[in-house]
Design a protein around this ligand. Structure first.
Ligand SMILES: NC(=O)c1ccc[n+]([C@@H]2O[C@H](COP(=O)([O-])OP(=O)(O)OC[C@H]3O[C@@H](n4cnc5c(N)ncnc54)[C@H](O)[C@@H]3O)[C@@H](O)[C@H]2O)c1
Ligand SMILES: O=C(O)C[C@H](O)C(=O)O
Ligand SMILES: [Mg+2]
Length: 659
């Protein structure tokens, strides 16, 4: 039943994608190929063979019909048996499931990399089948080809490298980029994801290994936005890291080269360290059709989630500006949150960085963080550099949002020293408890309040003491003070967003959030987690607040509108569209973002909202055969249909050779 529905839907979608190029609902239009024989089998774009190798097991099956083999000089190069695309699909899924079974009990790292490898091999050999399994199983496969496994892949990229993907530009290529760009084989390029590898997720500077991120992001473009994989580009700037004008000159040259060859391409900047993320955005956003996903995409996704959090309290959306929002991490992802650089007089943000609360008293205050800095903290009972616990206790925020890249920042544990000294009184742990107490006191004096919690939590001595005491003395407790303080939030549904990636860098786990802050919270993380069992048959819903909900639609909408730049209005339209996707019932259940399974529909709607806004702002210049005049006259439904029609969908087309 399921399978019939799946393939029926696929056929329908394919017809709407290719439109006139289809002969009938059942027969896909031909695809012209300029190669013959073995060259076709080595090209994943045309290949219809599936090969699966796993310890002592080799499977080869081929989807080339006999007539096609004759046409293309393939007779004799392939085993005789032919199976359908659907059968190949099912066999791949069987292989995948058996791999899951065989790796049960092994470490997450081993299992994740094994899954990534099997998908990557398919990607290398047969792109049609690869993208089809990706689209149909996006909820299961996104965590493998994208966050969080992609982080692990980047960290191990040199060992996993099998065939080059993307282009690399380094300082050595200065003056050569205009010609280098023509080394790329395809004439048409729609989407480019560019990284300098300097801040990969929360993992830091991974240099050229960061190429895994553009690959993962562009796979999401194909799966979610239906961008044709023949028309995407993986590009990376390579070490050594340059500074100042030297760095900017390289990016300038690269941008000029790209837009000379592909003037209509959209460029997504990804995982640049903070200073370059801002600088390049300011430098190019008025000249080129580009955006920074970590700055603009993330802000849009966070805002959509926070609008949901306001709705969850039963308050009108206009109350959004009245929310008290504590933000941990003052990096690239945060400072676009308001949609413009001006914050109104009653600044609703308390921003903390690694040095604690950011106030106007801060020496060397980062200009990007300046609009959020607290003006008169003393009047609020706070001071420059106040710790997270102090801020949360004092402010009682509606929202606690983490974009620090530091795992466990919300989980700071403080012992109730007095409690457990008395609890262990008379037992042999007296001494230990006293030592921990003294240690805590010393740390209190020596460390900044923010660091104190982290050091206490991570100190091996404290860990050991905690284990002993918690194991043996049941009434001794450690408390996650930050999360526990969220119980005092003035909101009826406090929101906790631990958005840092990958999984280990999340500011807290959802299990701890629900446990310490209460069942009534709404929770979101950047990497995927399972829902939490709260007891009594109730579940704590774990949302995934990840920019993957927006960047494919922003890129697709910008491309199809033909806008020369991406305006704030277009970004806002994307965010509002995402926010409006959720029903009242879902909101009440703590659901702030739609299921990843429907990412293609979401992306289509977001893309259409971006096109609509570009038209309204008179920025839309049209795409392909569709000019600006035609766009202007399109109704809302027609825009949606126009976007859907341009989303690529993977099917085997009959290959026709042409010299
Ligand atoms: N979920 C998403 O869609 C999404 C999008 C973008 C970024 N992120 C994640 O957000 C994290 C940060 O990204 P970024 O680009 O803003 O990084 P960034 O390096 O620009 O900024 C990090 C900020 O965190 C602060 N910080 C560091 N340690 C801290 C601590 N102990 N307490 C409080 N603040 C601390 C730093 O001072 C800095 O202001 C990364 O893990 C990234 O993966 C997630
Ligand atoms: O890549 C992601 O999963 C989201 C975001 O772009 C990040 O840098 O963490
Ligand atoms: Mg990113």
């Amino acid at each position: 039943m399921w399978r019939i529905a799946r393939f029926a839907a696929a056929a329908e979608a394919a017809v709407s994608v290719r439109g006139a190029r289809w002969f009938s609902a059942a027969i896909p239009g031909p695809c012209i190929v300029h190669k013959r024989g073995a060259d076709i089998l080595h090209d994943p774009w045309f290949n219809k063979v599936r090969v699966f190798v796993l310890v002592l097991k080799l499977e080869i099956d081929t989807g080339f019909p006999l007539t096609e083999r004759d046409r293309l000089g393939l007779r004799g190069l392939l085993p005789p048996r032919i199976i359908s695309f659907e059968q190949q699909y099912d066999r791949f899924m069987e292989s995948f499931r058996s791999l899951e079974k065989n790796t049960q009990g092994q470490s997450t790292k081993v299992v994740s990399l094994a899954k990534w490898r099997i998908l990557n091999r398919l990607h290398d050999r047969n792109e049609t089948l690869y993208y089809r399994v990706l689209i149909d199983n996006i909820k299961d496969f996104a965590p493998i080809i994208y966050t969080p496994t992609v982080g692990l892949v980047c960290q191990n990229y040199s060992g996993l490298f099998r065939r080059p993907r993307g282009m690399y530009f380094s300082a050595k290529d200065k003056g050569e980029m205009m010609s280098m760009i023509y080394n790329w084989p395809s004439q048409q390029v729609d989407m480019i994801v560019l990284t300098d590898g300097s801040r990969i997720l929360g993992l830091g500077d991974l240099g050229v290994q960061g190429i895994g991120i553009p690959i993962g992001k562009l796979d999401m473009y194909v799966a979610a936005a239906g961008i044709n994989p023949q028309r995407i580009r993986y590009l990376g700037l390579r070490q050594p890291r340059l500074e100042g004008e030297e760095y900017l000159n390289i990016i300038d040259e690269f941008m000029e080269a790209v837009y000379t060859r592909w003037p209509k391409a959209v460029i997504q900047f990804e995982d640049f360290q903070m200073k370059w993320a801002f600088e390049t955005l300011q430098r190019y956003r008025k000249r080129f059709c580009m955006f920074n996903d970590d700055v603009q995409g993330t802000a849009g996704v966070a805002i959509a989630g926070l609008l949901g959090a306001v709705r969850a309290q039963g308050r009108p959306l206009s109350d959004f500006a009245k929310q008290k929002i504590v933000v941990v991490g003052a990096g690239r992802s945060v400072t676009r949150m308001t949609g413009n650089d001006e914050i109104h007089a009653s600044n609703p943000f308390w921003l903390l960085d690694k040095d604690g609360l950011v106030t106007r008293n801060r020496k060397n205050l980062d200009p990007a963080a300046a609009p959020f800095a607290r003006g008169n903290p003393e009047a609020e009972g706070l001071m420059e550099g106040a710790s997270l616990v102090e801020v949360v206790k004092n402010v009682r925020p509606d929202v606690l949002l983490g974009l620090s890249g530091v795992g466990g920042v919300f989980n700071k544990e403080f012992f109730f020293i007095g409690t457990y000294i008395s609890a262990v009184h008379g037992c042999c742990k007296d001494l230990l408890a006293s030592v921990v107490g003294i240690l805590a006191e010393v740390l209190n004096v020596l460390c900044s309040p923010l660091e104190r919690g982290l050091r206490l939590q991570s100190s091996p001595m404290v860990q050991h003491a905690k284990q002993l005491l918690l194991d043996d003395v049941p009434n001794v407790q450690s408390i996650n003070q930050v999360l526990a303080a969220m119980r005092e939030s003035t909101s009826s549904r406090p929101a906790i967003f631990a958005m840092s990636n990958p999984t280990a860098n999340a500011e807290c786990t959802p299990a701890d959030a629900f446990k310490y802050a209460g069942d009534h919270i709404v929770f979101a993380s950047g990497s995927p987690f399972e829902d939490i069992h709260l007891g009594n048959g109730k579940a704590g819903h774990v949302n995934q607040a990840n920019n993957m909900y927006l960047f494919p639609g922003i890129g697709l909408g910008a491309l199809l509108s033909g806008a020369r730049v991406i305006s704030d209005g277009m970004l806002q339209a994307a965010s509002e569209c995402l926010a409006s996707y959720i029903t009242e019932k879902e909101i009440q259940d703590g659901i702030l973002y739609p299921s990843i399974s429907s990412i293609r529909d979401i992306t289509k709607a977001v893309g259409a909202a971006v096109v609509q806004e570009a038209i309204d702002e008179e920025l839309a210049e049209g795409h392909g055969d569709v000019g600006s005049k035609e766009l202007i006259h399109m109704s809302k439904d027609e825009i949606l249909e126009y976007v859907g029609r341009h989303m690529w969908f993977p099917v085997y087309s009959p290959l026709v050779h042409e010299k």
